[in-house]
Design a protein around this ligand. Structure first.
Ligand code: FMN
Length: 305
C-alpha cells in the first residue's frame, strides 16, 4: 500500500487538518514548507476571501497544499467552483456528503479526500471515485461523530477500496504508530498544531491549549445536530447545566469573520463566552510552543524510527 506522502508528493504522510478561521493561506503554506500537506480551511469565508488565501499560499510555497470545504458553509457552491478555477490540487471536505462536487473536481485531476465519521458514508463516497478517505474519530477537535478513531479506522478500511487516513486524537508518535498499525496510510492532525509558533491564533487560546488536561474537553451541539468538541469553559458548563446546546462557535457559525473578529472570538473563548475547538489528545507536545516542523517531527518520531 502506498503511503500518504507518495500519494500527495509531500515529505511526510501528514495532513494539517483544515481549521476554520485558523488555517489561512499563510498557515497552510507554512505547514507545506514543514513537510506536511497544508490545508486552507474555508469555514464561513466567501469565495473572494478563499481566492486571496489560495494566491497567498502560492506566493509562500512551491510545495503541494489543498483546500478544505466545510459543506455546511452557505458559500459551499462558490468555494467548490473557486477550487476548480484556482488550480487547487487537493480537496478535503467536512461535515457531510460532497458527492455533487466530486465529478467536476475529478475531471480536473483534483485529489479528493472526504472526512468521514462512519464507515457507511465512506462506502458511498468510495463509489464516486475519491482518492482517499479521512476517517476522523470523536477524539478530534471541532465537529465530531460518535465513533472513536480506534474503532472507526479499521472499519472504514474494510469498507472501501481506497487508502484511508486516520484523524482524531493523534498528537505523538505512539498514536501515529497506532494509526499505521490499524492500516492507515497517513495521519491528519489538527489540535496539536494549534500550539505551533506559526499558528495565528490568539495567544490566550494557545496557552489554554497548552495548559488543558486530558478531560478538559466536552462535546456540545448534539441536540441541534452539530456536535462539536470544545474546551470545557464557562459557556460549555452553562450549556451542560441549562440543557441549552451551543454549536460551532468561533469556527464556523459566524460567516466571513474578519481577522480581528476571529481574534476577539478566540480571546472570548478562553474567557468562556464562545467556543474554542480542541481535541482530547492535547499532551503530545511536551514542551512549550514549538515550530511546526518540530511538532510534525514529534508527532511522527517514534513511528519514523
Ligand atoms: C480548531 C479546530 C477547527 C477545525 N475546523 C475544521 C474545519 O473547518 N473543517 C474540517 O473539515 N475539520 C475541522 N477540524 C478538524 C481537523 O481538520 C482535524 O480533522 C482534527 O483536528 C484532527 O483531530 P485532532 O484535533 O485530534 O488532531 C477542526 C479542528 C480544530 C481543532
Amino acid at each position: 500500500m502506498k503511503k500518504l506522502n507518495e500519494i500527495l508528493g509531500t515529505k511526510y504522510p501528514f495532513i494539517q487538518g483544515g481549521m476554520a478561521n485558523i488555517a489561512t493561506g499563510e498557515f497552510a503554506a507554512a505547514c507545506s514548507n514543514a513537510g506536511a500537506l497544508g490545508m486552507i480551511a474555508t469555514g464561513g469565508w466567501d469565495g473572494d476571501r478563499l481566492r486571496q488565501e489560495i494566491r497567498r499560499a502560492k506566493e509562500l510555497t512551491d510545495k503541494p497544499f489543498g483546500v478544505n470545504l466545510m459543506l455546511m458553509s452557505p458559500y459551499a457552491d462558490d468555494i467548490a467552483q473557486i477550487i476548480l478555477e484556482e488550480g487547487v490540487k487537493v480537496v478535503t471536505t467536512g461535515a457531510g456528503n460532497p458527492g455533487k462536487y466530486i465529478p467536476a473536481w475529478k475531471e480536473k485531476g483534483i485529489k479528493v479526500m472526504p472526512v468521514v465519521a462512519a464507515a457507511v458514508l465512506a462506502k458511498r463516497l468510495d463509489r464516486y471515485g475519491v482518492d482517499a478517505i479521512i476517517a476522523e474519530g470523536t477524539e478530534s477537535g471541532g465537529h465530531v461523530g460518535e465513533m472513536t478513531t480506534m474503532a472507526l479506522v479499521p472499519q472504514v478500511i474494510d469498507a472501501v477500496s481506497v487508502p484511508v487516513v486516520a484523524a482524531g486524537g493523534i498528537a505523538d508518535g505512539r498514536q501515529a504508530a497506532a494509526a499505521f498499525a490499524l492500516g492507515a496510510c497517513g495521519i491528519q492532525v489538527g489540535t496539536c498544531l494549534l500550539a505551533s509558533e506559526e499558528c495565528p491564533i490568539h495567544p490566550n487560546y494557545k496557552q489554554a491549549v497548552l495548559k488543558a488536561k486530558d478531560s478538559d474537553t466536552v462535546v456540545t451541539g448534539r441536540s441541534i445536530g452539530g456536535p462539536v468538541r470544545i474546551l470545557k469553559n464557562k459557556m460549555a458548563r452553562e450549556s451542560a447545566a441549562t440543557g441549552l446546546d451551543f454549536s460551532g462557535g468561533a469556527a464556523v457559525s459566524v460567516p466571513a469573520f474578519t481577522n480581528k473578529a476571529t481574534e476577539a472570538a478566540q480571546a472570548l473563548a478562553v474567557l468562556g463566552y464562545t467556543s474554542a475547538e480542541v481535541a482530547q489528545a492535547l499532551k503530545g507536545v511536551d514542551v512549550e510552543t514549538l515550530s511546526l516542523e518540530e511538532i510534525i517531527r514529534q508527532c511522527l518520531k517514534k513511528m519514523v524510527k
